[in-house]
Ligand binder design. Structure first.
Ligand code: GDP
Length: 278
């Protein structure tokens, strides 16, 4: 998706129109990069609507970092849950937490004689955080029916999920913050930005540089090398040698080793790694 100002404005307006129908917002973030995968304007758009932050891909994030993020968002008054939308792990908490969060509103409705109205929820998030996977898992539906178009499409349907919850079938797709290089790189590392737009060797070098600082021991273990007192360049070379990424003339095959490192990170083979802390 290419975002431009007109696009963003339209999306914002269409979301604001849907808001009155919604009891609770599920803001989906990537647990490895909770800030980089957060839309900068979401707080403005949803105002003080009850919200649950769903930190997805928790199968790939660090557990200690998860605790820190949980505390960080709770300090802002927003509860979080960590989930793996692929397996469904953690998803059962969504129903419970939603019920708790909008209990007062439901009680007021009850006082007015409106009983058992379903709780209506909407999923928001930037591309690739796992919105469609989450919707599919919650609804038990197989094929991904997702608009790859920003905003909320017309003629929305409600999907019944357990616990008297109804979910808008089309997620609100918001734009990421690409003007900040560090945040944009984090998104690129996680695969949220298309690889064709980036130089793969450059990306792998920057990722390795970051991982050496963040979790040197995990790098040493994965690639059977020593990190201390070596430059990123030397480390990259050692990894390539160990992996036999050598071209015919004896030169290092940087393209191949770059792809290996990036793929290892994205699949969680280096370890459970969170790239940013509060
Ligand atoms: P959307 O653009 O927000 O709708 O994201 P998708 O649902 O299309 O997911 C983007 C990618 O992330 C897909 O390759 C999914 O298989 C993957 N994915 C989604 N949720 C998880 C998760 O919890 N763990 C892992 N490891 N991958 C996930």
């Amino acid at each position: 998706i290419n975002w431009y100002p007109g696009h963003m404005k339209k999306t914002k307006e269409s979301m604001k129109r849907s808001l009155p129908l919604i009891d609770i917002i599920y803001e989906v973030l990537d647990a490895r990069v909770p800030i980089s995968s957060k839309n900068p304007d979401v707080d403005n758009i949803i105002g003080n609507k009850p919200r649950l932050i769903i930190l997805n891909k928790a199968d790939l994030s660090n557990e200690i970092a998860n605790k820190e993020w949980e505390r960080f968002f709770l300090n802002k008054g927003i509860p979080t849950i960590f989930v793996n939308s692929l397996t469904g792990s953690g998803l059962n908490q969504i129903v419970n937490k939603s019920n708790t969060l909008i209990k007062d509103k439901m009680n007021k409705l009850k006082d007015k004689g409106i009983k058992n109205r379903p709780i209506r929820a909407m999923i928001l998030g930037v591309p690739n955080v796992g919105k469609s996977t989450l919707i599919n898992n919650l609804s038990g539906r197989k094929g991904a029916k997702t608009g790859n178009k920003p905003g909320v499409t017309k003629g929305n349907q409600w999907i019944k999920i357990k616990g008297n919850l109804e979910l808008l079938d089309t997620p609100g797709i918001l734009w990421p913050k690409l003007d900040n290089e560090e945040l944009a790189l984090n998104l690129a590392f996680t695969g949220a930005i298309k690889d064709e737009l980036l130089d793969i060797e450059d990306l792998a070098f920057k990722l390795l540089e970051k991982l050496i600082k963040l979790c040197p021991v995990l790098i040493e273990k994965r690639y059977n090398i020593i990190v201390r007192n070596h430059s990123t360049y030397e480390i990259m070379e050692s990894i390539a040698m160990n992996r036999g990424c050598i071209l015919k003339g004896g030169e290092i095959d940087y393209t191949r080793i770059s792809n290996t490192i990036i793929d290892d990170f994205r699949k969680g083979r280096i370890g459970k790694i969170t790239l940013e802390l509060p």
